[in-house]
Design a protein around this ligand. Structure first.
Ligand code: PLP
Length: 438
């Protein structure tokens, strides 16, 4: 067991009392939890008062192999002493090794890597590539999707909580979400995938010239509340997009790196191969590392262009990314996600029998969610109860996240190397937290 070093700095209350004016006080998503995290070790975090939490949100689906994993820390430390920055004007040894390692995890021709600093930037670059390659402008994304907080990301996102009321849509059109729990085609419809995908065709036919640049989707919607797509959906949607001249972009920012258990990449669970893959979060275990990976054919369109990114693929983040991939392979985290994901889902389904607040249990691997409703018939979202559960969990030493349009869904994506005892702790705390919120 890890013993945290004593913390002697200012408390959360002191920081907010003295420095609130410097910390985006108006933006409600920043620092909304009244705790300050001062240390982390694997699945655990400690606050300024020395209280320990199991990080079941994994730093928002980011801490893939645990906070301050020794192998990742050592790789970062070693590289920090050698060379911290090179710019993309020059090569450095780590970038080639990391690019090759990353490409080896992807199927087909997906091998050309561009490194950027965040998922939002990755999606912005992916759109540029798609438009350049196809010569088309319109892009189809999905309702309830989240693709980032920059202009391109907000344009692709279809959730009013995450959009500013300014122009940012850049030719994006949103098709229906294949959301079996709430949508028109339910879990009991074996043809739901094809039917939902028909809307991609409809949007192309009605909202565009018939020619599109891209179709972009997550493999399971993350911020939208861990919404899984029905079988066949992505296959049919990709078919419609390609028939209209578009390329297919898989946003694997949350679903990549074996988190869903069955496959290394979320899109592989759906039997499709995209043309462009964007990734961030878990790739760097918390370091600002993101990538766009595409085929040589699409990359060739960029060969005579000038595009620049000062930090993208810097020596330290590439060393970290390589270390993360090593740990993922060495510790067999994908297998752990599969096994513990099943264990968690079984436990959550038992909780559903006990707590009427739980309307839906879903997810894959270590990406699992609980949607709360006031009434299972009407499915009215139970937003306040969900918030209460998040707070109760925090009191009980468990950090979970929220998702969904109304904030009605609990999201959990802990480090991929948690243990069965951790999963049981998560289930026990949830049971108590939901009981106290009902
Ligand atoms: N795409 C998805 C699916 C995401 O979940 C996110 C962030 O939550 C992003 C893109 C944007 O990533 P970032 O916050 O690193 O810009």
């Amino acid at each position: 067991a890890h013993t945290p070093a004593p913390y002697t700095g200012p408390s959360a209350g002191q920081v907010l009392a003295q420095r609130r004016e410097f910390l985006n006080p108006g933006i409600i998503t920043y620092y909304k939890h009244p705790i300050m995290i001062v240390q982390g070790k694997m699945q655990w975090l400690w606050d300024d008062a020395g209280k320990r939490y199991l990080d079941a949100l994994g730093g928002i689906v980011t801490v893939s192999v645990g906070h301050c994993h020794p192998h990742v820390v050592a790789a970062a430390h070693q590289q920090n002493e050698l060379l911290q920055h090179a710019t993309t004007l020059y090569l450095h040894p780590n970038i080639g090794e990391f690019a090759e390692k990353l490409a080896s995890t992807l199927p087909g021709d997906l091998k050309v890597c561009y490194f950027v600093n965040s998922g939002s930037e990755a999606n912005d670059l992916a759109l540029l590539m798609a438009r350049l390659y196809t010569g088309n402008y319109d892009v189809i994304a999905l309702r309830n999707a989240y693709h980032g907080g920059n202009a391109a990301g907000m344009g692709l996102t279809a959730n009013s909580n995450w959009k500013f009321n300014v122009p940012h849509s850049f030719g994006v059109h949103h098709a229906q979400t294949p959301y079996s729990y709430r949508g028109v085609f339910g879990y009991d419809d074996p043809d739901a995938g094809r039917k939902y995908a028909d809307d991609v065709k409809q949007v192309i036919d009605y909202a565009t010239s018939g020619k599109i640049a891209a179709f972009i989707a997550e493999s399971m919607q993350g911020v939208g509340g861990f919404v899984e797509f029905p079988a066949g959906y992505l296959q049919h949607a990709y078919g419609h997009a390609r028939a209209a001249g578009g390329v297919c972009i898989a946003d694997e920012v949350q679903t990549g790196f074996g988190r869903t258990g069955t496959n290394f990449w979320g899109f592989q669970n759906h039997g499709v191969v995209p043309d462009i893959v964007t990734m961030a979060k878990g790739i760097g275990n918390g370091a600002p590392l993101a990538a766009v990976v595409t085929t040589p054919k699409i990359a060739a369109m960029l060969t005579q262009k000038t595009h620049f990114n000062t930090f993208g693929g810097n020596p330290v983040v590439c060393a970290i990314g390589t270390a993360v991939l090593d740990v993922i392979a060495r510790e067999k985290t994908q297998q752990n996600c599969l096994e513990l994901g099943r264990h968690l889902l079984a436990g959550l389904n038992k909780l559903k029998e006990k707590h009427a607040l739980i309307g839906d249990v879903r997810g894959q691997g270590l990406m699992v969610g609980l949607e709360f409703v006031k009434d299972r018939q009407t499915k009215e979202p139970a937003k306040e109860a969900c918030q209460q559960v998040v707070e109760n969990c925090r009191e009980l030493g468990l950090l979970v996240g929220k998702g969904g349009l109304w904030g009605q869904t609990i999201r959990m994506a802990p480090p991929m190397n948690i243990t069965k005892a951790d999963a049981d702790f998560i289930l026990a705390v949830l049971d108590e937290a939901i009981g106290a919120a009902a």
